[in-house]
Design a protein around this ligand. Structure first.
Ligand code: ZN
Length: 211
């Protein structure tokens, strides 16, 4: 079995603590129509997710194996999406926790002048996500400016949003975890002055979002 990284163990911890919530949210997500009886398979699906994290299996592989297993029970859903979303959600939080912890051991990323200019508090962290090719217009609108530059939010703002699962797409808010299961957003990242502006030259030009 591959050795677990810190991110793997944080993802695992999130799965153990919030696996049930994430599963329910996925079942109820307004953009999918999963059969209600899938709730009976929660334990089974949870075991697959845990095993995937432990063995670092990709969601494609797990999804395929899970689909085979579930087909025998009469389910014909997109299990690659189920596995991908659950594993993706746990890893988003795992990566996030890892980043936050690294910040505590490094000096802050912003100068006093920058903090003042942006109108943020000293303790604020600015965060962003990328939306890759084929991302839907809602996710693009949440995370990107029209020219493709990532939008900046304070971590506090994102962390305090309620979940999106029961909302219409135009009411979706940014999330630390996934905004839209099956879409193509990347993990949340801390925007570091002097590092991220090399990759995304205009990232710090716009106002901090609050929507
Ligand atoms: Zn989307």
């Amino acid at each position: 079995m591959p050795e677990m990284t810190k991110i793997d163990s944080y993802a695992m911890q999130h799965a153990r603590e919030y696996g049930h919530d994430c599963f329910i949210r996925l079942l109820l997500h307004s953009s999918f129509k999963f059969p209600e009886t899938l709730i009976d398979e929660e334990e089974e699906i949870y075991r697959w997710v845990i095993k995937a994290i432990l063995q670092r299996q990709g969601s494609r592989t797990v999804g395929r194996l899970l689909a085979n297993q579930m087909r025998r029970k009469g389910y014909n859903c997109d299990f690659e999406l189920v596995a991908g979303t659950l594993i993706g959600e746990h890893y988003s939080w795992g990566q996030w926790r890892y980043q936050i912890e690294s910040v505590r051991t490094h000096s802050t990323y912003y100068s006093d002048e920058f903090i003042k200019k942006k109108g943020i508090r000293k303790e604020d962290l600015l965060v962003y996500k990328l939306v890759y090719k084929y991302g839907c217009k809602h996710c693009r609108q949440i995370w990107l400016h029209k020219d493709g530059t990532p939008k900046l939010y304070t971590e506090d703002f994102v962390r305090n949003q309620s979940t999106n699962y029961d909302k219409k797409p135009n009411e979706w808010k940014p999330q630390i975890g996934l905004v839209h299961p099956g879409c193509t957003e990347g993990g949340i990242k801390i925007a570091r002055l002097g590092i991220d502006n090399l990759t995304y030259p205009k990232i710090f030009d716009c106002d901090v979002q609050d929507r």
